[in-house]
Design a protein around this ligand. Structure first.
Ligand SMILES: [Zn+2]
Ligand SMILES: [Zn+2]
Length: 140
């Protein structure tokens, strides 16, 4: 199947194997299968959209929400994202299941709930940890 990309209008192919894969990974909850629709964007536009929320260029000073130590973070201060330093993030001092909620899968409201949870729940300050000497140099 050939489709035009909804963003750039370039044609791209969706193979039978792609459709089989989407069918295979479509989740089943409570015996109901939630079909994943075929993509409407070409692979390059999908990649651009995925990378648009990644910050791999800028670091900011921050404070761990648990131990209150200074740390570095990929989240700019004006976003007011709650963060945990690497040690606290990987510790047993907190339980991510505390943020668990019952949600209505398959509804628009579920997307809004997910957005709200994503904003409120603590983030790991950095996606990649920085080793000791590099970390010390940052705070000189
Ligand atoms: Zn495209
Ligand atoms: Zn901490």
């Amino acid at each position: 199947m050939n489709k035009p990309c909804k963003n750039c209008n370039q044609g791209f192919e969706i193979t039978d194997d792609d459709l089989k894969f989407l069918d295979k990974v479509s989740p089943v909850f409570g015996g109901k299968k939630y079909e994943i629709d075929p993509p409407t964007l070409c692979p390059q536009c999908r990649q651009q959209r995925r990378l648009a929320i990644c910050n791999e260029q800028f670091l900011y000073p921050g404070e761990c929400g648990m131990c209150k130590k200074r740390t570095i973070t990929e989240y700019p201060p004006h976003l007011n994202k709650p963060i945990y330093c690497r040690e606290c993030w990987h510790s047993d001092k907190w339980d991510s299941a505390d943020y668990g909620k019952d949600i209505d899968l398959g509804s628009y409201k579920q997307c809004q709930e997910f957005k709200k949870i994503r904003k409120e729940v603590e983030k790991k300050s950095l996606f990649q940890g920085i080793s000791g000497p590099q970390f010390a140099r940052f705070f000189r």
